[in-house]
Write a protein that binds this ligand. Structure first.
Ligand SMILES: C[S@@+](CC[C@H](N)C(=O)[O-])C[C@H]1O[C@@H](n2cnc3c(N)ncnc32)[C@H](O)[C@@H]1O
Length: 256
């Protein structure tokens, strides 16, 4: 219910590119978010989604996050997980466009799950270096084995709890960080703060599911208000954070 009400509110308060005066944000909206090119990678994402939907695999899950609000047991079918815990095709395509538009090289994903988002990131730039962290060993291994079949070579799968892995990351800086696991207020703020030392001026953070719960929306408000953050672009399912010092602090809600 919270998500439905939030979506209705979002529809009334969001806009398109009209009224966006910042050239940086205007270009991001018109040339990236609204880019209508039908990239060949989209077909690959659709195909992978189909593979997952038709999979008969069952995984014994170690749940470190909020879990799924609809699946209760510890054993989960991959073909159910893709419906409830994976980025949708629409979100994956958006992740692909954003990664390609900014040409990110060093990328971190919190929450691999079955690798829908990871695949989008990997397809956007085959020379990028992607690290993806997943707390459930069986899920991480499943995604890893699928990526071997897909012949994707620019992804490092890391199994462990975010709180343990983040401090041990070797990269000094990341161009892009996708926060997509452990959807609660305290955890989201904790991961946001713990990764701030890894940003540079052009780093972009993206948060999934900021309207998952009241707490997640409060975490989003905290992030927007943070002194390091200048521009934010809320597209409902995904919300982007920019740190560019040359931008005035401004928050946008854009319907994609
Ligand atoms: C929503 S799914 C990720 C979806 C994926 N990014 C995609 O685009 O399809 C969230 C994942 O985060 C993992 N996770 C949640 N909390 C975690 C934690 N504290 N440490 C490590 N992994 C965690 C869960 O096991 C789950 O697989």
């Amino acid at each position: 219910m919270y998500q439905v009400i939030s979506y209705i509110k979002f529809l009334f308060t969001s806009t398109n590119q009209h009224g966006v005066h910042s050239p940086f944000v205007y270009n991001f909206v018109t040339k990236c978010l609204y880019n209508k090119v039908n990239y060949s990678a989209y077909q690959k994402l659709t195909d992978y989604h189909k593979i997952l939907k038709s999979s008969r695999a069952v995984l014994q899950i170690t749940d470190l996050g909020e879990g799924s609000k609809t699946l209760g047991t510890n054993k989960r079918k991959v073909n159910q997980m893709v419906k409830t815990s994976s980025s949708s095709k629409k979100e994956s395509k958006l992740l692909f466009r954003v990664t390609q538009y900014f040409n990110f090289n060093t990328i971190l994903e919190l929450g691999t799950s079955l690798g829908m988002g990871t695949y989008a990131l990997a397809l956007a730039n085959k020379f990028s270096k992607i690290s993806t962290i997943e707390g459930c060993p069986n899920t991480s291994n499943f995604a890893k084995s699928k990526f071997k079949e897909l012949e994707i070579k620019n992804v490092t799968f890391i199994n462990g709890d975010f709180t343990v892995i983040i401090p041990s990351l070797k990269e000094d800086k990341f161009d892009f960080i996708f926060f997509d696991g452990h959807h609660n207020k305290a955890a989201t703020i904790q991961y946001f703060k713990s990764l701030l030392p890894k940003i540079h001026n052009d780093t972009v953070f993206v948060f999934d599911d900021i309207y998952w719960s009241k707490g997640m929306t409060e975490a989003w408000e905290y992030i927007k208000a943070h002194k390091t953050v200048t521009v934010t672009v809320d597209c409902f399912h995904l919300a982007f954070v920019f740190f560019r010092k040359e931008q005035a602090k401004q928050h946008f809600k854009i319907r994609v």
